[in-house]
Design a protein around this ligand. Structure first.
Ligand SMILES: Cc1cc2nc3c(=O)[nH]c(=O)nc-3n(C[C@H](O)[C@H](O)[C@H](O)COP(=O)(O)OP(=O)(O)OC[C@H]3O[C@@H](n4cnc5c(N)ncnc54)[C@H](O)[C@@H]3O)c2cc1C
Length: 293
């Protein structure tokens, strides 16, 4: 999350991840607002709608684990229920989750839309030896109480008329994009929508039932899944989601779509290059990188 600089603020620029704030942006005077503290009155120009600004701080609440489902060998679908059923957020947001008795939090994108049942849905890729991954793989049980900080973030749908919306996901990067297409289905948005999902191997494919359910509800929604390292049993597209996107762009006779991209940093960067080569204006490309948190 970068934004124009204000006056009189301290920032921890030297320690910021270059993935989050590239050197060029730093030289232009941009800062990461989430790591910046005002020292006095300042004026900031923020590239967000006013409704995205939190005045009361990030909500911190408790939630109970209700579902733990291994959807692939290394991906867990995690469902939590907040004590408070008021669970409103825009699709694309993430929450920081803390395991019971744990100080360290990790960011996970919400896969479902806001609701009045207190339901929070996440897809977590388990990383070998990872802190939160080990909790989920070894110790987590339905009924555990987690601390959740959020919703947070600025990734989300942009209103740009009837321009097509294309979504490009790598692995669990599907989560926030699933939330967006689910919201489009709920609201019966008229924009044509396509989603490209890429995974490493055929056994890593997940989310097909959820995508099929959106396709039933949302006319004009199409999705494709590709596998980077196909085995003998895979008959679908091969390669990365960046390859799928490059093959689909530019759409003959059509306006360049708005792109929503989410996944590992290298995959997001490959998609950005494919979009730039095909002439998609940078302001039409919105992305969330799953950096280590
Ligand atoms: C805004 C945001 C949203 C995110 N949403 C999701 C999500 O919906 N689903 C999901 O699975 N992950 C998501 N992540 C990544 C997540 O926050 C954690 O970084 C990841 O789950 C690893 O946490 P851990 O505690 O298991 O591993 P850690 O103990 O933090 O790390 C274990 C090892 O894995 C490496 N590692 C950690 N994270 C990554 C990474 N993202 N890429 C490559 N190597 C890594 C570390 O360098 C370390 O070597 C998101 C990250 C961000 C910034």
């Amino acid at each position: 999350m970068s934004a124009e600089r204000g006056a009189r603020c301290t920032r921890s620029g030297a320690h910021d991840s270059e993935q989050a704030l590239p050197p060029g942006a730093r030289e232009r005077g941009e800062v990461l607002l989430c790591r910046t503290f005002p020292c006095g009155p300042l004026t900031a120009v923020l590239p967000y709608e006013q409704s995205r600004i939190l005045y009361g701080g990030i909500p911190v609440r408790e939630a109970v684990v209700s579902v733990l489902d291994r959807v692939t060998q290394d991906t867990v679908r995690l469902e939590l229920h907040l004590d408070d059923p008021d669970c409103q957020f825009d699709p694309g947001r993430f929450m920081e989750l803390q395991a019971p008795g744990d100080e360290a939090g990790r960011a996970y994108s919400l896969a479902d839309t806001g609701n009045w049942e207190g339901r929070l849905e996440f897809y977590v890729r388990l990383r070998e030896g990872g802190h939160f991954s080990s909790y989920l793989a070894d110790r987590a049980r339905p009924g555990d109480r987690l601390t959740v900080h959020g919703p947070q973030g600025a990734f989300g749908l942009h209103e740009t008329g009837l321009r097509p919306r294309w979504f490009v996901a790598g692995g669990t990067g599907l989560a926030p994009l699933l939330a967006m297409v689910r919201r489009m289905a709920e609201w019966q948005d008229p924009q044509p929508a396509r989603l490209f999902l890429g995974v490493n191997e055929p056994q890593d494919v997940y989310g097909l039932d959820e995508l099929a359910a959106v396709a039933v509800e949302l006319p004009g929604f199409r999705y494709e899944v590709c596998v980077w390292k196909p085995g003998p049993g895979w008959f679908g597209p091969t390669g990365t989601p960046a390859d799928l996107l490059a093959a689909a762009l530019p759409e003959p006779g059509g306006a360049a779509p708005d792109l929503y991209v989410c996944g590992p940093p290298a995959m997001v960067d490959a998609v950005l290059r494919a979009a730039a080569s095909a002439g998609v204006p940078p302001e039409q490309v919105h992305r969330e990188r799953f950096l280590a948190t």
